[in-house]
Design a protein around this ligand. Structure first.
Ligand code: BMA
Length: 388
């Protein structure tokens, strides 16, 4: 039987409709404020950067490069190291990358230099310079094994994480190691004494098993609890409030696989993954399809969780494809709204992932740049990422 709507019932209907609307709006506000940035005490600049990463994700994908300011390659492929104000991107394009990646490995063993020979005081200097120019900093960490610091990040040591979690003394020692990170993060300050926001990306590529925190060496529950302990210690205990936390797997098969070791929406700010292009050109189309699929998962989860997403490490070693930028990268990043894509380091003549003056893919990179869908430092600094 058809229900008749009488005029008498109209106010009632309007009120219940209004209630439903209010409840929906409240739910959206609540879920988004729960799921957004995990550190509610994040500094003003850190909150601004985070919100702007979300706000500007349609403005173009920011290009990042690991150790861009620390070293690179000359036109004859020899290395340069520590030339002030220089980067390989700036040499050929006039601009530094938008995102500068740096590495904290060996801070845990009190070394002066990181595992790739960059002095920690230089790392600090480059992070400050990047912030002052309006660029973005991200820090990775390949620590030696905390149960035996003579072992590198790659040396196989079974059960490191469960051992630390289940042994009070080891856990206490590990927290002392984390304190070294806290001191470093808090030493990053701008000219007005404000803390410089950094995207911190620890325990990465954990879906693989080449680091001591890898999938074969701990259960998902152990990985999650280790991650949560780390962030609780840094953010709650040591009150480090200039961090945006990035979770990055290696290649993953499905959304379930991506989320298998996900530490939770209140422990992660940026969704990311690392993916390298190997065996070009045979693999060009499968690499594109796979990266598009994984970015599609990021995009879906990012919208659901109201978090930005990124390709946190990538590249084709020695860029053996001259048109890699327009033929491979472009179809991957088009329409996927990734906040940034970080290319790995130009470490050696046989180990580089970004173009440098004289490298054969430079013209193609500049072509992609002119098309306007990617941002280098000038593009990002215009967006004023540190204020709202
Ligand atoms: C790897 C290589 C190594 C380097 C490590 C940490 O991918 O580039 O040479 O030591 O990253 O930066």
């Amino acid at each position: 039987m058809k229900k008749r709507i009488t005029f008498a019932k109209l106010p009632e209907i309007l009120i219940s409709g209004f209630h439903a609307l209010i409840i929906t709006v409240l739910l959206i506000v609540i879920t988004h404020s729960i799921f957004a940035q995990n550190d509610k005490k994040a500094t003003k600049e850190t909150k601004a950067l985070y919100n702007n990463l979300i706000k500007y994700r349609s403005q173009g994908t920011m290009i990042g490069h690991q150790d861009a300011l620390a070293y690179g390659l000359n036109a004859d492929s020899s290395r340069w190291f520590g030339d002030s104000g220089r980067s390989d991107f700036k040499d050929f394009s006039g601009e530094h990358p938008a995102v500068i990646g740096q590495e904290l490995g060996h801070l845990e063993i009190d070394a002066d230099k990181n595992l790739d020979d960059v002095p920690f005081d230089k790392i600090k200097e480059y992070a400050i310079a990047t912030y002052e120019r309006g660029g973005i900093n991200t820090l990775s960490w390949h620590p030696n094994n905390p149960l035996d610091f003579t072992k590198t990040t790659w040396d196989k040591v079974e059960a490191t994480i469960p051992t630390i979690l289940n042994n009070k003394k080891k856990l206490k020692e590990y927290k002392k190691t984390l304190d070294k990170l806290a001191v470093f993060f808090k030493s990053l300050k701008g000219t007005d004494g404000e803390y410089i926001p950094v995207i911190f990306r620890p325990y990465h590529e954990h879906t693989g098993s080449w680091f001591w925190w890898g999938a074969d060496y701990c259960t998902p529950a152990e990985y999650i609890s280790f991650w949560q302990m780390t962030m609780d210690h840094l953010q709650k205990k040591r009150k480090v409030h200039n961090l945006i936390i990035a979770y990055s797997t290696d290649n993953f098969k499905s959304e379930e696989h991506y989320l298998e070791r996900y530490p939770g929406d209140s422990y992660v700010d940026i969704l990311g993954f690392d993916t390298y292009h190997r065996n070009a050109p045979e693999s060009n189309s499968s690499f594109i399809l796979n990266a598009q699929r994984m970015l599609g998962t990021m995009r879906k989860l990012g919208f659901e969780k109201n978090k930005p997403w990124a390709i946190t490490e990538t590249g084709l070693e020695r860029i053996t494809e001259n048109n890699w930028w327009t033929q491979v990268l472009k179809p991957i990043i088009t329409d996927n709204q990734a906040s940034y894509v970080l290319f790995w380091r130009n470490g050696r003549p046989d180990h580089y992932y970004a173009p440098f003056t004289g490298q054969s893919s430079v013209p193609d990179f500049l072509k992609l740049k002119n098309e306007g869908n990617i941002l280098l430092e000038k593009g990002v600094s215009k967006l004023n990422m540190y204020s709202e």
